[in-house]
Write a protein that binds this ligand. Sequence first.
Ligand SMILES: [Ca+2]
Ligand SMILES: [Ca+2]
Length: 180
Amino acid sequence: MEKIGKEYNLNVIAHGKAADLMDKENFYDGYMKEVPETQITRKNDGTILEKDITTPGWRYFSSSIYYISTVKKSWIESRKDCRGRGADLVIINNSEEQVFVDVWRRNQGVWIGANDRDSEGTWKWVDGNKVINGFWNPGQPNSNGDEDCAVSGYHPVNGKWDDVSCNYNYIWICEKRLNM
Ligand SMILES: [Ca+2]
Ligand SMILES: [Ca+2]
C-alpha cells in the first residue's frame, strides 16, 4: 500500500486537479482504510520533504497536506486536534479546494476553519484572514440562535457551507500548508 499511495500522491502533484481526485475516489477508499494515522512534525527549513507529502493518513493537494478525522467532535475540539498535528482546520481558498473537501467528506458534514466567534457577522479563517466569497448555502450564514462555526455539507447532498452552533459534533479536515 505504501508504494501505491506514493504513486497516487505523485499523480496528484502532476495534475493538481480536483477532477483527478474524483477519478481516484474508489482507489483511496481502499487506501484510507489500510494506512495508520501518524503524527507529523512541523518543518522549519522551508524545504518540501517527500516524507511530508507521503505521510500516511494525509492527502496532498495543491501545496498542502490534509487529514480527515474518523470521529466527530465540537469545532473547538476539532481545531485542537488539528493543532496537535502541526496543522489547523482547513482554509478553503478557491473552488478547486472546495471540490477537494466536498469529495473527501463523503456526504458527511465537516468542520472547516471559518468562524465568527470573535465578532458576530465578521467571518474569519483560523489564520485571521477574512472569509471572502465563501461557498455558503442560500440564506447562510444566518446565525440562527447562536451560530459561529462553519460546516461544509450540513445538507449532505451538497457541500456548501452553513453556520451552526460550534458545540455540534462533526468530523473535520485539517490542513497543513507546505512551504513551496
Ligand atoms: Ca454567528
Ligand atoms: Ca445557519
